[in-house]
Design a protein around this ligand. Structure first.
Ligand SMILES: [Zn+2]
Length: 307
């Protein structure tokens, strides 16, 4: 990596289940952007504390969330307990969804994911700036994957904190146009808006940092247009992604329970009823086959085991 982050910024890379963290030092206080998935809070707390220690034990005084998916907010409440006085800032456009906690749009219990509810102290609005690590960052609205999400851009260092709006090879899921006719078009507009930025380094919500911003935008846009041409492709992508995500954080599932599972979990029940129109047994079988084919699972002793 030829582009270095300024010294007051630390990138803490996680994985697909827990979103990456970015930490900033401003004088005697630290800010954390995004807090991972709740099941892995022990790892999150350890990583955050390690950075605070390296910064001579300054306190964690603020959390900023890019959006409200479980893998980005899951550590909010636990971190606030561990760091009393730590405030939480959320995007203004997420406020209604947080008041109306766990609606299907949040893809929380609706998609068999968990997150501890939290209270917030401040909101960040598109167009506002925020000082992090001694630099001014612009909050840019990036609706699509999440209709209320924000990314952060520093014109001085030309770094983009892209959350799930843009990854090196793709972007966070969008819902089918038959479910929400706005999300795909919003994601397309988000790519157009991002393309106007002068970016030398991207810190994505998942995966390593990368420098090929225009290449990533091209790959993401191509993927989006392939989705736009075939809504069923989005449908399959969403249910497969949600199923594998749940399998991975649960580590294993009992195969015989899966027909009742797909009937109980909203995204599987509703998408099957609307798009696949299969029996619960056939739909569960299909999900298992897809998880095996993707190399994300194996079968052992009546269980589906995450790989
Ligand atoms: Zn997300």
């Amino acid at each position: 990596m030829s582009v270095q982050l300024p010294g007051a910024i630390r990138f803490l890379e996680r994985d697909w289940l827990a979103a990456n963290h970015i930490m900033f030092r401003d004088g005697d206080s630290a800010t954390l952007v995004d807090t991972g998935y709740g099941k892995f809070n022990d790892v999150t707390l350890a990583k955050v504390n390690e950075t605070l220690s390296a910064w001579r034990d300054i306190p964690l005084s603020r959390i900023v969330n890019t959006h409200i998916h479980s893998d980005h907010i899951g550590g909010n409440a636990a971190l606030q307990r561990a760091h009393p006085g730590c405030s939480i800032t959320i995007p203004l456009d997420e406020e209604a969804a947080l008041v109306n906690w766990d609606s299907p749009d949040q893809m929380l219990s609706y998609a068999d994911q968990e997150a501890e509810r939290f209270t917030w102290d401040a909101v960040l609005e598109c167009g506002e700036t925020i000082t992090l690590g001694g630099e001014t960052w612009q909050a840019i609205a990036t609706p699509g994957h999440d209709m209320g999400s924000l990314v952060l851009y520093s014109p001085k260092s030309r770094v983009l904190i892209s959350a799930d709006a843009l990854w090196e090879n793709g972007f966070g899921f969008v819902v089918p146009q038959a479910i929400n006719p706005n999300s795909l078009a919003a994601q397309r507009a988000t790519f157009k808006r991002l393309a106007e930025l002068d970016v030398v380094l991207v810190i994505p919500g998942h995966g390593p940092m990368f420098t090929d911003f225009s290449g990533a935008l091209k790959r993401a846009s191509d993927k989006l247009e392939a989705f736009a041409a075939d809504d069923m492709r989005i449908v399959r992508n969403v249910v497969k992604g949600m199923f594998i995500y749940s399998l991975m954080w649960r580590e294993s599932m009992i195969l015989a329970d899966l027909p009742s599972y797909v009937n109980r979990i909203g995204v599987h029940r509703d998408y099957n009823a609307q798009f696949f129109k299969m029996s619960d047994e056939a739909f569960a079988d299909w999900l298992v086959t897809e998880a095996l084919r993707a190399g994300k699972a194996r079968v052992d002793g009546g269980r589906l085991i995450a790989l």
